[in-house]
Design a protein. Structure first.
Length: 214
């Protein structure tokens, strides 16, 4: 990935000129700003299908997006990371925690735990974040893109078979060409993905319940 500080980009590319809040003259000693992707599951929990325990393993992130720095796609081949605007924690940790909280609030499982839990799990969720960036290739319609591949494993301590293998991609328009707008749009994209994941997991659990399986 091409890694150039964003203030250099702003001096040469007008379509992202407002991403740096202080303009091209911002010095290297300026304070960084930190952000968190945040999603909220709306609506009441779904009826629990069983008393199963789901363990959520920390997600992997493709190397291009494993940085705390926000990433911008400028054209077909050029990407840039933002030194001054960063996630507070690594994206793999942040998105894993948001997913765990979402599924815990869904009511689909009796318990939703982290990897370090001593509880034996019936299901294990793995994820791989394969896209996480703001897309400025269409200058008049920038958007935030997220794509995650999920695997839901089932069996004693969730080590037997794959119950669900699905990839979800979502893009959300930016309300403004600022880092805050990028993070807000990424949050909306994750919300979209988790709503679809929940719906598909519910179908899996319903099919298994019809067969008398946990």
């Amino acid at each position: 990935m091409t890694r150039i500080w964003l203030n250099s980009l702003l001096c040469s590319a007008m379509f992202v000129s407002t991403l740096m809040l202080s303009g091209c003259g911002q010095s290297a000693t300026a304070d960084r700003k930190y952000y968190l992707i945040d999603v909220v599951r709306a609506g009441k929990p779904t009826a629990v299908h069983n008393d199963a325990t789901l363990r959520v393993r920390r997600f992997n992130v493709d190397e291009a997006y494993a940085t705390k720095q926000l990433v911008y796609r400028l054209d077909e081949f050029q990407y840039e990371s933002d030194y001054y605007h960063q996630f507070l924690v690594l994206p793999g940790v942040m998105i894993t925690e948001e997913t765990r909280d979402w599924l815990a609030n869904s009511g689909l499982f009796g318990r939703v735990t982290a990897v370090g839990s001593r509880l034996e799990s019936t299901y294990l969720l793995e994820g791989n974040v394969i896209a996480l960036y703001a897309d400025f290739t269409q200058k008049s319609a920038p958007q935030a893109v997220m794509e995650i591949r999920f695997f839901l494993l089932v069996g004693p301590d969730a080590n037997e078979s794959v119950a669900l293998s699905e990839t979800y991609r979502a893009s959300s328009p930016l309300s403004d060409k600022t880092a805050e707008a990028v993070v807000e749009a990424l949050s909306k994209s994750l919300e979209n993905i988790l709503a679809r994941l929940e719906a598909d997991v519910e179908k899996v659990l319903a099919r298994r319940a019809d067969k008398g399986l946990p």
